[in-house]
Design a protein around this ligand. Sequence first.
Ligand SMILES: *[C@@H]1O[C@H](CO)[C@@H](O)[C@H](O)[C@H]1NC(C)=O
Length: 200
Amino acid sequence: MAASVGLLFLLIGVSYGNKTFCDGRKERAQCFQPWGATVFVHLMDEVSEKTRFQWTKETTIVLIWRRNGLVTNTLKSRSEFISSNGTFRISNLRSSDGGEYTLKLFDSDGKITGERTLQLHIEGQSPLRVGAISALLLFSIYVICVIVICAQRKRQNGKGEELPADLTYADIRVVQQQERKPAKQNMEEEVEYSQIKIAG
Ligand SMILES: *[C@@H]1O[C@H](CO)[C@@H](O)[C@H](O)[C@H]1NC(C)=O
């Protein structure tokens, strides 16, 4: 049961694999992408022979491009920089891909000529994690049910002899006491419990 729920979520996750576009040419771009999707981040209009840039996620370097060639791509296994149109493709998006990315453009002397940030939001959770949480939840419910059924059986077997003291009824008498001090004429109500009978 739990395993099939997990598999269901996994299949939903696989069908996520749609391609989406994110325009990173504007400053402070906000991109929302579903978990597991493939995103095409448009970083710049054109990549020329002079283009030098680096793309970092917070303090981690993702891409370094120098003189017509890729120097570094730390997401190599599931990404590709398409230099013909300045687009960076990231496949199989994970929750850890979410965050702030900074693009720094340099001239041939290494001076910064432009800088812009992009916020990538990964929506939804890993289907595996959702599956695991569902399985855990179902298991917990099952355990609780077993405990409750066991407790009820124990009670029935004991035929009431070991029943905890049940309060059947209580006489509640309301005692009205008038305070002695004449300044305070407040009526105080006191609830007195008496004659508490124990069943069994
Ligand atoms: C860039 O090129 C790739 C591969 O041809 C394509 O899939 C992508 O949509 C293009 N992006 C833009 C912004 O044109």
